[in-house]
Design a protein around this ligand. Structure first.
Ligand SMILES: O=c1ccn([C@@H]2O[C@H](COP(=O)(O)O)[C@@H](O)[C@H]2O)c(=O)[nH]1
Length: 238
C-alpha cells in the first residue's frame, strides 16, 4: 500500500475546499489534513463532507491541555470516524494516555475505528536557536525529538509528527519500526519554505523512513494544484 501524501487543506471554508478538490480526478485517492483554520470555521460538517468523498482524513487540532480536558475532547473527536488526530507531546505522558483513552471511548460509542494518535514533538517551524533560547530545552533538537517520541510511544501513541531531519535518529533508535513518523515541513527545491524551518524534500523524507508526508501551500497555493500534487507524489513514491 502507498504511504500517504497528506494534503493540508488550510482553507477557511467548505466552498474553497470543494473548488480545490473538484480539480482532482479521484478525491477518494487523497489523504487530506483538516487543521484549525478549516475546522474552527466549518466544524464536524467538514469531516462528514470529506468522508462522503472517500478521502482519508487527518484531523490536526494539536490538543494541549490538562489530561481530563484532553480526554473529554478526544471522546468527541473519536466519534467522528477520522483516521489520524494530533496532540502535543509537551503536554506530558498523563495527557497522552488520557488522549488515547478518550479516543478509544469515543470511537466505541460511535462504533467506528479509533483514529491513530500522533504526538507533535517539536513543530517544524522551531529552529535550534528557539529550542535553546526560548523553550530553554536542555537537549539538542534531534535528542529532544527522540525523547518526546520515546515518551509518546510508551504512552500509547501510534506515532509522532517530526521533521525529516530527525528521522535518522528516530529510525536508528529503540522505537518500533511500526511507529508512525509523519513529516510536515516538506519542500521541493523550487518552492518557498515560508515559516517552516526544519525542511526536507519528499524523496529525502522517503529515504530516511517517513511513514507519511504533509504538504500544504506548495500544492494548495500552486497555479496548478493537481500538477503540484503529482510532482510531490512522484518524488515521495520514487
Ligand atoms: O510540526 C508541524 C506540525 C504540523 N504542521 C502542519 O502541516 C502543514 C504544513 O503546511 P505547509 O503549507 O506545507 O507548510 C500545516 O497545516 C501545519 O499546521 C507543520 O507544518 N509542522
Amino acid at each position: 500500500m502507498e504511504k500517504p501524501l497528506m494534503i493540508a487543506l488550510d482553507f477557511d471554508d467548505l466552498e474553497t475546499v470543494t473548488n480545490f478538490l473538484a480539480a482532482f480526478p479521484d478525491p477518494s485517492r487523497l489523504t487530506v489534513k483538516v487543521g484549525m483554520e478549516l475546522f474552527y470555521q466549518a466544524g464536524p460538517a467538514i469531516v462528514a463532507d470529506l468522508k462522503n468523498r472517500g478521502c482519508q482524513i487527518f484531523l490536526d487540532l494539536k490538543l494541549f491541555d490538562i489530561p481530563n480536558t484532553v480526554k473529554q475532547a478526544m471522546v468527541q473527536i473519536g466519534r467522528l470516524g477520522v483516521d489520524y488526530v494530533t496532540v502535543h507531546s509537551l503536554g506530558g505522558s498523563a495527557m497522552l494516555k488520557a488522549a488515547k483513552e478518550g479516543l478509544n471511548a469515543g470511537a466505541a460509542l460511535a462504533q467506528v475505528s479509533a483514529p491513530k494518535l500522533l504526538a507533535v514533538t517539536e513543530l517544524t517551524s522551531i529552529s535550534d536557536d528557539v529550542l535553546k533560547n526560548e523553550q530553554h530545552a536542555a537537549l539538542p533538537m534531534a535528542d529532544q525529538v527522540l525523547a518526546l517520541a520515546q515518551m509518546a510511544e510508551k504512552s500509547g501513541c501510534d506515532g509522532v509528527i517530526c521533521s525529516a531531519l530527525e528521522l535518522p535518529v528516530l529510525r536508528s533508535s529503540d522505537i518500533s519500526p511500526d511507529f508512525l513518523c509523519v513529516v510536515p515541513g516538506i519542500r521541493m527545491a523550487q518552492d518557498q519554505s515560508g515559516d517552516q524551518v526544519r525542511v526536507a524534500t519528499p524523496d529525502k523524507a522517503a529515504t530516511d523512513g517517513a511513514s507519511a508526508i504533509v504538504v500544504g501551500r506548495p500544492i494548495t497555493k500552486a497555479t496548478d494544484p493537481v500538477a503540484a500534487w503529482n510532482r510531490y507524489q512522484t518524488a515521495w513514491q520514487s
